[in-house]
Ligand binder design. Structure first.
Ligand SMILES: Nc1ncnc2c1ncn2[C@@H]1O[C@H](COP(=O)(O)OP(=O)(O)OP(=O)(O)O)[C@@H](O)[C@H]1O
Ligand SMILES: [Mg+2]
Length: 271
């Protein structure tokens, strides 16, 4: 049976991140994709010029309409905006209880700017993370969630994963995309064992939407995998290959998108 996967996240009209990246990832990984939009953004590969938030009650209404009709096998939660949207989404997940919930705690932009205020971070910690099958912070986000300096080496990443797990998610996948050096290793922790997810850093400017894509890949792969570690390994292979193939696309003059369909496209469309 084909899995039905829902993204609750913001829109990126340039197609590299947000729900557009999520839907491409869901399709590339053999699932049926759906998207409830939390915010419109105006952006391209060079930056974001504006954000237009969806009212929390309307985010909840989109989610309710889907669950009223469709079997949802996994949910990915991305950019949410303020505390009220975080609370509304947590409330809906408690009510509808999907089997797998991936929470990407989007809160620090590539530029380093904070995207979530302190009240929203508190609601994320208190209400949303305890509902997560897996949470996928990058290193600065781990720092904000734990209220300390961002981890910057493997030892600090292990300590952070332990403390993030104590907040309540079943698994923590701490992403190493912001590490210095030739590796981009991620770390998975289930409360007792660590699993390293190693990768060599790809030398490219095309890293727009890497975080969105990894969390979407997890949501697509969890219903198709025997366990979470297996899904995490497969998601890591997918993102690494998508970054490595990004130079097959020519999109924009800034931080370009990664190639979601690297394993599917062989030249043009076959009609
Ligand atoms: N240059 C790179 N080469 C290989 N893997 C990378 C590279 N950059 C990021 N990754 C991987 O991509 C995934 C996303 O990690 P990253 O830390 O970039 O997330 P993020 O900061 O949340 O991204 P975004 O800014 O899109 O939200 C991780 O698996 C990370 O290891
Ligand atoms: Mg991110």
């Amino acid at each position: 049976m084909t899995a039905n996967v829902l993204s609750i996240a913001g829109s990126d009209p340039s197609g590299g991140a947000g729900i557009q990246a999520d839907l491409k990832t869901f399709a590339a990984l053999g699932t049926y994709g759906m998207a409830a939009i939390t915010a419109l953004t105006a952006q391209n590969t060079r930056g974001v010029s504006g954000v237009h938030a969806v009212p929390p009650a309307f985010v909840a209404e989109q989610v309710d309409m889907l669950f009223a009709d469709i079997r949802v096998d996994a949910v990915k939660v991305g950019m949410l905006g303020g505390a009220a949207v975080v609370a509304a989404v947590a409330d809906r997940l408690r009510r509808h209880r999907p089997e797998s919930v991936v929470v990407d705690p989007v809160m620090v932009a590539k530029s380093g700017d904070r995207l979530l205020d302190e009240a929203a971070v508190e609601t994320l910690r208190g209400q949303l993370l305890p509902l997560a099958t897996i949470v996928t912070p990058n290193l600065p986000e781990a720092g904000v969630l734990l209220d300390r300096a961002a981890p910057a080496d493997p030892e600090a990443m292990r300590r952070a994963a332990i403390d993030l797990h104590a907040i309540g998610p079943r698994y923590v996948l701490l992403k190493g995309g912001h590490l210095a050096g030739i590796c981009s290793d991620d770390l998975l922790f289930d409360g007792s064992a660590f699993l390293d997810l190693p990768a060599r850093r790809v030398s490219t400017k095309n890293t727009h939407g890497t975080g969105c894509t990894l969390s979407a890949a997890l949501a697509a792969l969890l219903p198709q995998s025997p366990d979470v570690p297996q899904a995490a390994r497969a998601a890591k292979s997918y993102i690494t290959a998508a970054i490595a193939a990004s130079d097959r696309l020519t999109v924009g003059q800034g931080y370009g998108p990664i190639h979601h369909f690297h394993a599917v496209w062989h030249g043009g469309a076959r009609l």
